[in-house]
Design a protein around this ligand. Structure first.
Ligand code: APR
Ligand code: ZN
Length: 398
């Protein structure tokens, strides 16, 4: 009798109909639809998404505000910064079980490819091509609407109440982690923090500059403080970001629009010879050049964390000849499956801020508002509550 009851309750092996915010076309508002999410195939996992957020890259993909993104096929379900719970696993999956708390990863870690086996990089190449074109390993998506395939953004598609990801694009986190907070570690915060900790390897007593103070930039400021930087110069054209930046450890806040000369000249003047480390967290080639030229000669390091796929930045070769290093980072250099649970531990132990990034909380059916407030600069991160507030086990403390 009890088994019969359980059998009725389980969705394992069956298609699930649930709500998703579908991006039907570029530049159009997302529409909440009842989509069908197929069961996971071999080495795939289906998860119930509990909390997600709109990241700059989702907004860029939808609105292409500065033409920096490669075209990807519509219709699609956006979203790649999220946390949830495993609903069911496909054949061959041994590392996950229904009920596990998880964070989906737009950058996988397969532990088998040449890159995964090297300590020098986090850039796993498993399923790379498929992920970039909106499908999983077999060339199809698991999400559909009335029989029409809906593509999966970066192989994740977090703006659906259920989604399916490869087991290598998922990491299990501790069971006491609050999903409505740790979802932030799926992209922006990990990227900015890792840009400083891993890519720049900022050392104690150094002088740093962070360009752009969205979630990525604020996380970079937090990283500089954690690394013991003596001075942290926070740069943004929106002065409303400065209060938060100070809360995260910025010692100086500069608005390029308050100065006639280029911002790099302002930073060099402020510091005497330029900063030891500069981190670009905007995704603008012009700002990237400014960041590089803000660093000092002999040992200055400039890390690009902002995203652009199609544009080029301008580099005066002399800047490099004089001893500066220019580099970039993808997902902050973290080996995703291994390191995200460690970052969750850091948050749980009070070594990493997350709550301070969340400026708004909205239900899934108001997701377009989260895009608006990110684009206008009013919000840092909005937590999208994927389930109605009275949805049983999915309250904000999960
Ligand atoms: N100079 C300084 N700051 C700028 C400039 C500029 N010319 N132009 C924009 N900014 C600021 C914005 O005012 C905003 O505060 O950059 C910040 C960008 O923040 P968000 O839009 O919230 O973006 P975020 O999610 O932090 O991502 C930043 O990193 O990983 C990438 O794809 C991501 O390219 C994006 C970048
Ligand atoms: Zn790999």
């Amino acid at each position: 009798m009890f088994q019969l009851y359980l059998a009725k309750m389980t969705t394992e092996g069956q298609a699930i109909t649930c709500k998703a915010a579908v991006a039907w076309d570029r530049g159009k508002l997302l529409v909440i639809e009842d989509v069908t999410v197929a069961p996971p195939k071999t080495h795939e996992v289906r998860l119930k998404v509990i909390a997600a957020s709109v990241c700059h890259t989702d907004s860029e993909q939808l609105y292409e505000s500065h033409d920096g993104m490669k075209p990807r096929p519509f219709p699609m379900v956006l979203g790649h910064e999220a946390a949830g719970v495993v609903e069911s696993v496909g054949p061959g999956v041994t590392k996950f079980r229904p009920g596990d708390k998880v964070i989906p990863l737009f950058l996988p870690q397969c532990d088998e490819c040449e890159h995964c086996q090297s300590p020098k990089t986090n850039q796993c190449r498993r399923n790379w091509g498929n992920t970039q074109t909106g499908v999983l390993a077999d060339g199809t998506s698991r999400i559909s609407f009335k029989g029409q395939q809906i593509f999966q953004f970066l192989g994740v598609s977090a703006f659906s109440q259920y989604t399916v990801v490869p087991e290598t694009s998922l990491t299990k986190i501790r069971s006491d982690a609050p999903l409505h907070k740790v979802f932030l570690l799926g992209c922006g915060v990990s990227t900015g923090y890792g840009a400083v900790i891993n890519a720049a390897a900022v050392d104690a007593n150094s002088v740093c500059a962070v360009f752009g103070l969205g979630a990525v930039g604020l996380a970079a400021v937090m990283g500089c403080q954690a690394a013991g930087a003596r001075r942290i110069i926070a740069v943004d054209i929106n002065p409303a970001k400065f209060e938060k930046a100070r809360e995260f450890g910025a010692t100086d806040c500069v608005n390029p629009r308050d100065h006639r000369e280029p911002i790099q000249e302002v930073v060099v003047k402020m510091t005497g010879s330029g900063v030891d480390f500069a981190v670009e967290c905007v995704g603008s080639p012009v700002v990237m050049t400014s960041a590089l030229e803000s660093t000092r000669d002999a040992w200055g390091v400039c890390v690009i964390a902002g995203w652009t796929e199609t544009e080029a930045m301008s580099v005066k070769v002399e800047k490099l000849l004089m001893g500066r290093t220019l580099t970039g980072t993808y997902f902050g250099g973290w080996k995703s499956v291994r390191d995200v649970p460690r970052l969750v531990d850091d948050y749980m132990d009070g070594r990493l801020k997350l709550d301070e990034f969340i400026t708004q909380s909205l239900p899934l059916d108001r997701i377009n508002q989260a895009f608006d407030t990110l684009r206008s600069g009013e919000s840092i991160r909005t937590v999208i509550r994927m389930w109605p507030d009275d949805g049983g086990s999915t309250n904000e403390s999960d």
